[in-house]
Design a protein around this ligand. Structure first.
Ligand code: ZN
Length: 242
């Protein structure tokens, strides 16, 4: 089965539409979303509708949980906090129910799916390095665990000697004798200094993985962020990809 993988959309409709159209052209069989559909961006309701229509499965992210009051936003930065409050009044009952229905983790075929970390999904910890990843491999089913959360793509590979290393190429055939934790980057708010929307394609039969980037018309998103009274910084950061 060929899967399209998306994460951290953050209510960026233009980025989401562009990525979905790429995945449709790529003729993937199913699409899976790793959470944070909302927060920061100007189109939360429309993004939830599109994700519901187009995905086989969506995992809950910390912003989705913050909106539902399931996590304390005291530790959110001021921009995240403001956008959660703004988003709460934009959503329909049906969308809120949908967010409530999302699981924290899922394991299927030969891979695991989680927003933050497989060891403790509800702790929302970041996997940014070899050290962060090491303890997490024990909680993975199959050859790979796909994650989001940091908005920074990374591939961490554990070899047969339990040594973990960072892979530098984002197009590879996963070795079934090894295990991988792969951050697929963010559709709607990339933070690796590349402002293009990120998404991935994974073939669960051949184990081929590819991270892709695509330009979208962010000027529309940026205009809407300002018009809807969200912090201007949330528009600016889209241009620099951070
Ligand atoms: Zn996020």
């Amino acid at each position: 089965m060929r899967y399209g993988l998306i994460s951290d959309i953050h209510a960026n409709l233009e980025a989401l539409e562009t990525v979905l159209s790429c995945l449709s052209k790529a003729k993937v069989d199913e699409i899976i979303c790793l959470g944070d559909i909302i927060g920061y961006g100007p189109d939360p309701e429309k993004c939830i509708e599109l994700v519901r229509e187009n995905t086989l499965l969506t995992i809950a992210g910390n912003h989705d949980h913050a909106l539902l009051g399931l996590i304390d936003t005291r530790f959110f930065n001021q921009f995240a906090k403001k956008s959660v409050e703004w988003t709460r009044v934009q959503l329909s009952e049906s969308s809120i129910e949908y967010l409530h229905s999302l699981p924290l983790i899922d394991k299927r075929e030969n891979f695991t799916l989680v927003h933050a970390s497989p060891a403790r999904p509800e702790a929302w910890s970041y996997i940014l390095s070899v050290d962060d990843a090491s303890d997490n491999f024990a909680y993975i089913q199959g050859v790979a665990c796909f994650v989001g959360h940091s908005h920074v793509p990374i591939i961490l590979e554990k070899n047969n000697d339990n040594k973990v290393s960072v892979k530098r190429n984002f197009e590879l055939e996963l070795d079934q004798d090894k295990q991988y934790i792969i951050n697929i980057g963010s559709v709607g708010q990339p933070r690796d200094l590349d402002p293009r929307a990120a998404y991935a394609i994974f073939d669960s039969d051949s184990c081929e993985f590819e991270l892709k980037r695509v330009r979208y018309d962010m000027s529309i998103t940026q205009k809407k962020i300002i018009e809807r009274g969200l912090p201007a910084y949330l528009a600016e950061r889209l241009s620099s990809g951070q």
